[in-house]
Design a protein around this ligand. Structure first.
Ligand SMILES: NC(=O)c1ccc[n+]([C@@H]2O[C@H](COP(=O)([O-])OP(=O)(O)OC[C@H]3O[C@@H](n4cnc5c(N)ncnc54)[C@H](OP(=O)(O)O)[C@@H]3O)[C@@H](O)[C@H]2O)c1
Length: 311
């Protein structure tokens, strides 16, 4: 496993982290096995959110960490807040009000059985955000020791700039969908000043901006294409990509699961990959990707095999 600083936080995090969005359906023993597999592979960073099955994923992570007697100081735990769900579990609004953020974080601390989180991220933009409320919430959470570092998720550069101007804490990370099945952030930065679909600027130059600001991108759903449409590995919809991945995998003596991770990590933006697999054998294959450094040519070959062109 390799490690890298998140933003300028001083936190040396494993380059792949375990995301526990899908841990909610797992029993106590299964959850322990998944978390133990990640720890044994060198993962020291865990990502969750208050809205994952109404806190159930965080509860299972917290229980697994207790069951495994993991020293709290030896790992980093991150949660996300700001998405508000109604009684039927559907998102009804985004909520960055002070009361909501603080109540939500306190519930997460209870769920996770800990008295602090290392990072908390604003999960999705709340266009009704009031700057003073946000700043007060962050100050209270930081000054009381309940949160050590802050960041955002699914935000474009202008939104990051706006929120950064409102709070005193450095926003260290931005969590964004990225992987061989979701390459838009790169496409747009290659098709500059063109008139084709790939040139459409959906996000305001996120990769360049993040590098410029020293902000770490955490790649979510690295194995999915579309918005949770499915997994691209071994999917007949992606023959060229799977062939190209297999070629590179064979060269490095690993699996396609490892190469999908290695592709993200090869980008010099120094992203962190959030693995969502709840199958220990697959997790091991994916974690192996952190130790593989593919060449720049292989990176571009895989990018093209994923259905992109180079103008
Ligand atoms: N900020 C956000 O808005 C946001 C949104 C979504 C996710 N996230 C974060 O990102 C983390 C990862 O997201 P994700 O779970 O969607 O990531 P993922 O790793 O892309 O997908 C995991 C899912 O795909 C399946 N899978 C992966 N590789 C496979 C393969 N080679 N063959 C067959 N099935 C495969 C897994 O099945 P198995 O479990 O059976 O292996 C699992 O159901 C989440 O836990 C969360 O922390 C953040």
């Amino acid at each position: 496993m390799k490690y890298s600083e998140l933003g300028s936080s001083g936190v040396d995090a494993s380059r792949v982290a375990l995301g526990v969005m899908r841990l909610d359906g797992k029993g106590r023993d299964e959850a322990q096995n998944i978390v133990r597999t990640a720890l044994d592979g060198g993962v020291n960073f865990f990502d969750t959110a208050d809205c994952y099955s109404d806190g159930e994923s965080s509860r299972r992570l917290g229980q697994a960490l207790q069951d495994l007697k993991v020293d709290r100081q030896s790992i980093f735990v991150q949660t996300k807040f700001g998405i508000y769900k109604g009684d039927n579990g559907a998102i009804t609004r985004y909520n960055f009000s002070k009361d909501h953020l603080i109540a939500s974080l306190d519930r997460e601390l209870e769920n996770l059985q800990t008295d602090y989180v290392d990072f908390v991220l604003l999960h999705r933009p709340d266009t009704l955000v009031e700057f003073d409320e946000l700043a007060e919430a962050f100050n209270e959470l930081q000054n009381s020791g309940r949160v050590r570092h802050f960041g955002v998720s699914n935000m474009n550069p202008m939104q990051v700039e706006m929120l950064q101007s409102a709070v005193g804490q450095k926003l260290e990370v931005n969590q964004l969908q990225f992987g061989l099945g979701h390459t838009g952030m790169v496409q747009q930065e290659i098709h500059v000043n063109m008139a084709d679909a790939a040139s459409v600027d959906h996000d305001g130059g996120l990769i360049s901006y993040s590098r410029l600001k020293g902000m770490t991108i955490q790649a979510w759903s690295p194995f999915q294409f579309g918005f949770f449409e499915g997994v691209f590995i071994d999917n007949p919809k992606f023959p060229a990509l799977n062939e190209a991945m297999q070629r590179v995998a064979d060269k490095y003596g690993v699996t396609k699961n490892a190469i999908a991770v290695a592709w993200i990590l090869r980008h010099p933006a120094r992203m962190q990959v959030l693995l969502g697999s709840m199958t220990p054998s697959r997790l091991k294959e994916m974690m192996a990707g952190a130790d593989v450094e593919i060449s720049a040519q292989e990176w571009y070959d895989l990018y093209v095999a994923a259905g992109n062109d180079l103008p």
